[in-house]
Design a protein around this ligand. Structure first.
Ligand code: FCB
Length: 444
């Protein structure tokens, strides 16, 4: 069915601004990640990252060589509006104009993510995602970007992984801006979701043929046993991790079982939700982006434990990547089918999937990252399976083109198809690069 309705399948790669660009120049303002890295000496900073800001032409040439249809990248809000609102920095827009023109010249379709976690520090100084004002700020930023790039960009992703941005950034405080507290986390989540809905309208009013969605981080979960308390824990985890975001985005409002628990525990104040918010959040989208890496088994007492954003950087145990994440491709297939059946998105795009392994060049300069190839092959097969079971999956973006700055895990975790030498910044395509090139070519 998927094939008849959507004959074109998009093969792509993804990155995000903070993780690859570097280039703190041309009027760029400070973001919460610049500040967080500065104040946390253990965290690698993004001052140079992959120096993509200066090397974007050769990075686009790599993509052309890879043969991808599309490239998903994010815009650094602080390049466009250094103070978050108000003054627009034309040199910031120029960079993305040049990048997009280079991509189009190479036959690669740009997919733009507006927010991949790098909030302007000036907005954080006023409370960041916890302060409802941020919704207007995001709408303003979205309008500026859509006006500037909308003549060449059709595919738009408002937010990347609002669970991570809110709960790891504002509830657990392990990612920027390092704020803690349930009220902050759930408040941030509400404003992220609300700003998504607002942005969909901002883009559609400016870009006639726009296709707009968002990328949700998916964490399929199963109960560790069939004991009732474990089953209950897995339902709770699914609510905490998945349904709290999926339900409102698909127009159902917040799941009542979770809202009751959050309210009872004093974490959630329903007054945060103003009249019209639920409708705005539920504005129909053109596609759902699914970011998938791993799945969890949950037992009683661990219904809210997901610290997978903080990687220790250890050798991969069997069945795990170096992030310590269990490898569970079957959970991806089942989750995609579930999403199709429960929420019925018009189209699903895998906006991220990939694996961290630190296999390095041998003395001939060859990176034999066989474990990454095995991971990717099993997950591409899971996508095929989900399609044959009725999930309308229309694209797959591999994370990532380049080894890059993996947030608090820094440069120790390597997700790239292309090795990046930390000293020279030289790029060396890995075996997985050539594997993916063959996959794409054989599917055309
Ligand atoms: C996701 C992020 C992405 C990258 C991968 C490994 O949560 O969206 O930037 O860090 O994980």
């Amino acid at each position: 069915m998927g094939d008849t309705l959507h004959p074109m399948f998009t093969w792509g790669v993804g990155t995000s601004a903070y993780q690859i660009e570097g280039g703190i120049e041309d009027g760029k303002g400070e973001s919460i990640w610049d500040r967080f890295a500065r104040d946390s000496p253990m965290v690698d900073d993004g001052v140079i990252a992959c120096d993509h800001y200066h090397r974007y032409r050769s990075d686009v040439a790599l993509m052309a060589d890879l043969g991808v249809d599309a490239y998903r990248f994010s815009i650094a809000w602080t390049r466009i509006l250094p103070e978050g609102r108000g003054r627009v920095e034309p040199r910031g827009l120029d960079f993305y104009n040049r990048l997009i023109d280079e991509l189009l010249g190479a036959g690669v379709t740009p997919w733009v993510t507006l927010y991949h976690w790098d909030l302007p520090q000036a907005i954080q100084d006023r409370g960041g995602w916890v302060n409802r004002e941020v919704v207007d700020a995001f709408a303003e930023y979205t309008g500026v970007v859509a006006d500037a790039l909308g003549d060449r960009v059709t595919n738009w992703i408002t937010h990347n992984e609002p669970w991570v941005a809110s709960m790891l950034g504002y509830q657990q405080g392990v990612l920027a801006p390092g704020v803690t507290g349930w009220d902050n986390g759930l408040g941030a989540a509400h404003h992220l979701l609300l700003s998504h809905g607002r942005a969909v309208a901002e883009i559609r009013s400016r870009v006639a043929d726009a296709r707009v969605g968002l990328a949700l981080d998916c964490r399929p979960v199963s109960a560790a046993s069939d004991r009732p308390e474990d089953l209950e824990a897995s339902v709770h985890f699914d609510g905490f991790r998945n349904r709290w975001f999926f339900d409102p985005v698909f127009g159902r409002g917040y799941p009542t079982d979770m809202a009751e628990v959050y309210e009872r525990l004093g974490r959630w104040n329903p007054d945060w939700v103003r009249p019209g918010d639920i409708e705005t959040i539920g504005t129909p989208i053109d596609f759902l982006g699914v970011n998938y890496y791993t799945a969890f088994q949950v037992s009683a007492g661990r219904e809210e434990v997901d610290d997978s954003g903080i990687a220790p950087g250890h050798p991969a145990l069997p069945g795990h990547t170096e992030m310590g994440w269990p490898i569970v491709p079957s959970a991806l297939a089942d989750f995609l089918v579930r999403v199709q059946e429960e929420y019925d998105p018009p189209s699903i795009i895998i906006t991220e999937n990939g694996a961290s392994y630190s296999d390095a060049p041998d003395r001939h300069g060859v990176v034999a990252d066989e474990r990454r190839i095995a991971y990717l092959a099993s997950h591409v097969a899971a996508v095929d399976e989900a399609r044959s079971r009725g999930a309308r999956v229309d694209g797959y973006f591999l994370w990532s083109l380049l080894d890059n700055l993996e947030w608090v895990a820094g440069f120790s975790q390597r997700f790239g198809l292309v090795w990046v030498d930390r000293q020279t910044l030289e790029r060396i395509p890995k075996a997985s690069f050539f594997w993916y090139r063959d996959v794409i070519a054989s599917r055309r």
